[in-house]
Design a protein around this ligand. Structure first.
Ligand SMILES: [Zn+2]
Length: 307
């Protein structure tokens, strides 16, 4: 009897520990890419190279990403066929598209009505492309992650978004990738570009450590994360390695829709201010805690980015 009891106890402990292991190992992440069709540089060759680089990397990793468009970048005053073709490539690759305003203003400095007009002006071409692909425009991403100068304005804008069938696309894994991307474009040769690219991967691992821990401390678990990066040459070259890093950390790639199903995204967010910050930080601040200092990029990188 005693022997059987120990036997079953052993099995029970083993099963529980395996469940714990499984839970720890299953992480999910949605990749979101801002400033489509691309952040900087308008030559046809560069636009095509960056779009192809991003989409090849995402498809290799079966990562369902969403790209947020600034329609001003499609051409002024009329959208150009070559730029529209870039967005079409995103849809053809199975990716989703969302609205990131027409010209990327900061909500902090833009009157509500003007900001709302930016949303409507910024949806025209993307909506047509989505409709032709049998999809609908559903997501809005605030430029600079700025959600408004004060609570009343933030709430009024959120009501406007709802009226226009938009869901806010939050970000949990915010970061200084954009500084790395500037430095990458300023680098003088392949060796310097490689140094920037490799430090990008090191820095992003630090960023992931930070937000994974912040998630556990704040929520008691790690929700499906939402990563923000941009459509730039750094990611055209390094997104594949970044995806490998995420896979090594136990992440599965999921769509933004799937990530937002998690109850964490129902958390109240009363944060307003000049800085566009992670929704994890907003939830922390809403609970009365202070902003937690985040990993930063090194000085040499910032200097190169500014050069
Ligand atoms: Zn942006």
């Amino acid at each position: 009897m005693n022997v059987y009891w120990k036997h079953w106890l052993f099995i029970l402990i083993y099963a529980l520990s395996m469940m714990g292991v499984a839970q720890e190992n299953i992480r999910q992440i949605a990749i979101t890419i801002d400033d489509l069709p691309l952040v900087r540089g308008r030559t046809a060759e560069r636009m095509q190279r960056i779009t192809k680089g991003l989409l090849d990397n995402l498809q290799q990793h079966k990562a369902p990403a969403i790209g947020f468009v600034n329609e001003r970048k499609l051409g002024e005053p009329e959208a150009q066929p070559a730029q529209l073709a870039l967005l079409q490539q995103w849809l053809d690759a199975g990716m989703d598209l969302g609205n990131h305003t027409y010209s990327h203003p900061s909500f902090y400095r833009t009157p509500l009505e003007e900001y709302q007009a930016e949303v409507l002006r910024g949806e025209k071409e993307t909506k047509k492309l989505l409709a032709a692909a049998g999809k609908e425009m559903r997501y809005f991403r605030h430029p600079y992650l700025n959600t408004g100068p004060e609570l009343a304005v933030k709430s009024a804008f959120e009501a406007f978004l709802k009226e226009h069938s938009y869901t806010i696309a939050p970000v949990t894994i915010d970061n200084e990738e954009w500084i790395y991307a500037q430095a990458y474009d300023k680098a003088n040769d392949d060796a310097e570009r490689q140094k920037v690219g490799e430090d990008y991967l090191r820095y992003m691992a630090e960023v992931f450590d930070f937000y994974e821990k912040l998630s556990r401390d704040l929520l008691g678990y790690e929700p499906p994360q939402i990563l923000l990066i941009h459509a730039n040459s750094l990611n055209a070259d390094y997104l594949g390695k970044l995806c490998e890093m995420m896979v090594e950390r136990g992440y599965q790639f999921v769509s933004l829709d799937a990530a937002l199903q998690d109850k964490a995204y129902q958390h109240e967010d009363n944060y307003v201010g000049r800085s566009g910050i992670s929704w994890l930080q907003r939830w922390r601040i809403t609970r009365g805690e202070e902003f937690l200092p985040e990993p930063t990029s090194p000085e040499w990188l910032k200097t190169l980015a500014r050069s």
